[in-house]
Design a protein around this ligand. Structure first.
Ligand code: DCP
Ligand code: MG
Ligand code: MG
Length: 591
């Protein structure tokens, strides 16, 4: 499940008002008072596009809306339309299981994400523009490809706002009926909670009444925005409205598709208690694995098929902290992380929506995975990389569309990540993989100025080959299961001095010689490159950017890799013009 805000920079865990973190007894977690939750004066909107890839296909290929169909990637289906869901097909199911549920299911191949990304960008831009029209100070942020959030608080006026009367459509408010039945499903694991809740009528406190009024007004703004997205892009979306990002996201999953759902915080407790723990942002596979031991120790039922938030809340906090110490990324912040997770389990989330100023991705990356034992030679890896260069080049051009000319952005760092099988770990681990990364500076400006796709590909190749060399792989004794290339550090380089675009800026020697190696657990070890140092000796300033870049990179290439490249590529790299074929006259001259 994607996160909506970066946990690592999450400022959400302030010490709570009552200083609970120091005074709390170990086995008595704070319970969220409904008054406390209602005192969060925010109105957060979370938007998720309904069966996103399927709607893209309906638009691009005119597939009939009533046909059950799914999008396939490798051996699974990543999503399916709501017609197929009504027949029992589920997201992230194996193809076989999907066909069993619905034999007439049409599966469309969806490995090429390019079209989906373009639709996603249009939807986000429409959403963003709609929010800014409501109020220019609304902070808007993109989440995963089909998700976005906005903090509508600044736009909520209680007095003199007649929006409620004019907006069209209905809003679903969880808990308005005496009895509610909701299914919460975590897609990755298939964990599924069926929650049946009876609500007793009770009068609301003043704080709750004011919160209820604000959220209902926010829901009418949401209806208008939803309508605008539908009209401009043709996509239906489901929206969740609540007092914080966590509850807004849960709200958008309550009733799908094409609805606006409001979750009042005082009605969230029973939902959260039975919710699969994996649905809490920041609680992924690794975290649950680390918590497994203490969850089992405190489990009420002997063998639950999945853990819920309630299960975690029954574990003493100190035990949770000790378990989190095993997760390398949490090692130095396990106390804080335990608080974040426990707070989220009771619906508290102080995470802010920071405006992303247009939503251009911070990283553009491509990756491919391979079955174990199939990519065992370095030359085969080089061949596979060619496809990644082509895809990355297309994506970087596409990202350009996100940036307006005023903040035209260029990547300044390139990173190669390889996941290899470590035979030494094979006896102890089911997944004996080691993930390592190498990165170096990248002249995004020079790259973006190349217009010819073939030149862009060779530019990327030249940037990646030294990194590949730095891995020190053996030529015929490797086992790669995943390769990815990422470009990051997007900056506005258009402000460079006027003469710069025509001259290749040589990266500083320290940048060139330093690679950052990252282990699976995110540790960074600065390591000296093993590639030879070279300078742009004698490179003429008259040379084109591409020529200079290529010359520069050519000298850095591992001789082994060079030997694997086709002669035309080598000559292109060296900028050695192919020898003129001798003509008959030449022979006469020699004589
Ligand atoms: N996706 C994917 N792999 C995953 C999860 C999702 O490729 N593990 C893709 C397919 C989805 C898209 O991302 O269409 C958005 O994911 P959602 O979880 O939002 O699923 P949908 O939009 O398809 O369905 P829903 O209507 O439930 O939101
Ligand atoms: Mg979706
Ligand atoms: Mg989604």
């Amino acid at each position: 499940m994607p996160d909506y805000y970066d946990l690592s920079s999450d400022n959400s865990v302030r010490d709570t008002d009552d200083g609970e973190s120091s005074s709390e007894s170990d086995d008595d977690h704070e319970s969220a008072s409904t008054e406390g939750l209602a005192s969060d004066h925010r109105c957060i909107l979370h938007v998720d596009v309904d069966c996103f890839y399927c709607q893209c296909e309906i638009q691009d290929r005119q597939i009939p809306k009533d046909k059950p169909f799914a999008i396939g990637q490798k051996h699974i289906i990543v999503t399916c339309n709501y017609v197929a869901r009504a027949m029992g097909v589920k997201k992230l199911q194996s193809r076989t299981a999907a066909y069993e549920a619905c034999p007439q299911l049409l599966i469309i191949e969806g490995s090429d994400l390019e079209r989906y990304r373009i639709h996603a960008r249009k939807i986000y831009q429409t959403f963003r523009a709609a929010c800014k029209r409501v109020h220019p100070d609304i902070a808007v942020r993109r989440g995963s490809m089909d998700e976005m959030m906005a903090d509508l608080s600044v736009a909520i006026r209680i007095d003199g706002d007649d929006r409620v009367n004019h907006s069209k459509g209905t809003v679903y408010i969880y808990g308005e009926n005496d009895k509610e039945s909701i299914t919460l499903r975590e897609d990755q694991t298939g964990a599924c909670s069926k929650i049946v809740q009876e609500f007793q009528a009770r009068s609301l406190s003043a704080l709750e009444r004011s919160c209820s009024e604000r959220l209902q007004r926010a829901s009418h703004i949401a209806l208008e925005i939803r309508q605008e997205i539908l009209q401009s892009t043709g996509f239906t979306t489901t929206m969740g409205v609540s007092v914080n990002p966590l509850l807004a996201k849960i709200a958008s999953g309550l009733k799908k598709p094409a609805t606006v759902n409001v979750l009042f915080p005082w009605r969230s407790q029973s939902l959260l208690a039975s919710m699969p723990l994996r649905m809490i942002p920041g609680v992924g596979r690794t975290t649950v694995k680390a918590l497994q031991h203490c969850l089992e120790k405190n489990a009420v039922s002997s063998q639950p098929s999945f853990w819920t938030c309630q299960d975690l809340l029954s574990v003493p906090k100190q035990n949770i902290v000790s378990c989190l110490e095993q997760v390398p990324v949490f090692k130095h912040s396990c106390e804080v992380q335990a608080d974040i997770i426990l707070h989220r389990c009771i619906g508290i989330d102080h995470g802010q929506i920071h405006d992303d100023e247009g939503g251009a991705p911070k990283t553009v990356s491509v990756e491919n995975s391979f079955r174990r034992g199939t990519l065992v030679r370095k030359d085969a890896l080089c061949a596979e990389m060619e496809e990644l260069y082509r895809r990355l080049s297309r994506l970087l051009q596409e990202r350009r569309e996100w940036s307006h000319s005023s903040n035209f952005a260029y990547p300044t760092t390139i990173r190669l990540t390889l996941r290899t099988v470590d035979e030494k770990l094979a006896s102890e681990k089911r997944r004996p993989f080691v993930t390592r990364s190498k990165q170096s500076s990248f002249d995004g400006l020079a790259f973006m100025q190349l217009r010819d796709p073939a030149q862009q590909v060779s530019f990327l190749r030249m940037a990646i080959l030294p990194l590949l060399h730095a891995f020190g792989l053996k030529s015929d004794a490797i086992d790669i299961t995943r390769a990815s290339i990422a470009t990051t550090g997007f900056q506005d380089l258009s402000a460079r001095p006027k003469d710069s675009p025509t001259s290749f800026t040589q990266p500083s020697q320290s940048n060139l010689s330093t690679f950052v190696e990252k282990t699976e657990h995110g540790k960074s070890n600065r390591a000296k490159s093993r590639s030879p140092r070279v300078a742009l000796n004698g490179a003429s300033t008259e040379m084109s950017i591409h020529e200079q870049a290529s010359m520069f990179h050519y000298n850095k290439i591992d001789p082994f890799i060079l030997s694997q490249l086709p002669p035309d590529v080598i000559s292109e790299l060296r900028h050695v013009k192919p020898k003129k074929r001798p003509r008959i006259d030449d022979y006469f001259k020699r004589v």
